[in-house]
Design a protein around this ligand. Structure first.
Ligand SMILES: Nc1ncnc2c1ncn2[C@@H]1O[C@H](COP(=O)(O)OP(=O)(O)OP(=O)(O)O)[C@@H](O)[C@H]1O
Ligand SMILES: [Mg+2]
Length: 250
């Protein structure tokens, strides 16, 4: 279970101190997926960085299964907004990096690696370096790394943003497949309402600067087969868009 209580995050820049997140309260059950949607600058990436243990200076309580965030003890898979690949390592090495760090020794947990490489359309690119890949290909390498890690908590910051519509749908399905297998607790940030409906059991609308949670929606369409052709999908997308619009114009 993920528990966030009265979370406040402030940044200091140029001698000024300002709030990025204000009074965030959120609870996610183990194995749940949550999509966070909100305008640019409202603190989405900041929230993921707190959960990833990268931002350590904050007020409030942030816990995974009752334990404070400690990346050395929990398996946290984090895909940052810029993919987080090491430029001097090739695709193969970048994908294995997560499990390698976690397992310390060299007995990599490589189960499912070939499957992931196939599913994510990375076959043939194993020896290339990030600088020799397109943005979407880099994004898929980052996904492969995180899926392979089988983390306790998976954090993804706009993980599908660089993919074209068709590839995006395919990779979303690869994610759902991986999620169904291991039901890893997942929080993903997205700008895309349809994506939030497709991938989020819970949908959190963040708004304002500093960011506050304005709505938490239980998504009745999650897991419904062929959701995009479901008659309620269109209706719910419209409603969600309307909520977000009203929220952001406030
Ligand atoms: N390291 C930092 N130092 C100072 N201010 C920061 C830092 N990182 C982010 N900010 C500021 O904090 C606020 C929240 O930033 P954050 O990156 O979390 O937003 P976001 O919701 O992820 O935006 P986007 O949708 O554009 O990615 C912004 O106003 C940003 O300028
Ligand atoms: Mg961001």
């Amino acid at each position: 279970m993920i528990q966030i209580k009265n979370l406040n995050v402030n940044y200091e820049a140029g001698g000024e101190r300002y709030a990025a997140l204000k009074d965030i309260n959120l609870e996610l059950a183990a194995g749940e997926t949550c999509a966070i949607i909100g305008p640019s600058g409202c603190g989405k990436s900041t929230l993921l960085k707190v959960l990833a243990g990268i931002i350590k200076k904050y007020d409030g309580v942030v816990e995974i299964n009752g334990q404070p965030i400690t990346p050395s003890q929990q398996r946290i898979g984090f895909i940052p907004q810029n993919y987080g690949l090491l430029p001097w390592k090739n695709v193969w090495e970048n994908i294995r990096l997560g499990v390698k760090i976690k397992n310390k020794k060299n007995n990599d947990d490589l189960e499912g690696l070939d499957f992931l490489i196939q599913q994510l359309g990375l076959a043939g690119l194993e020896n290339r370096y990030p600088g020799e890949l397109s943005g979407g290909q880099q994004q898929r390498v980052a996904l492969a790394r995180s899926f392979l890690l089988k983390p306790d908590l998976l954090l993804m910051d706009e993980p599908f943003s660089a993919l074209d519509a068709m590839t995006r749908e395919e990779i979303q399905n690869v994610f759902l497949l991986a999620w169904r297998k291991s039901s890893v607790s997942t929080i993903l940030v997205t700008h895309n309402v349809e994506e939030a409906l497709y991938l989020g059991q819970k949908i959190v609308i963040l708004s304002g600067i500093p960011g506050t949670i304005s709505q938490v929606i239980d998504n009745s369409l999650f897991g419904v087969e062929d959701i995009r052709n479901h008659r309620d999908f269109f209706q719910l997308s419209l409603e969600l868009r309307k909520m977000i619009k009203e929220d952001w114009s406030r």
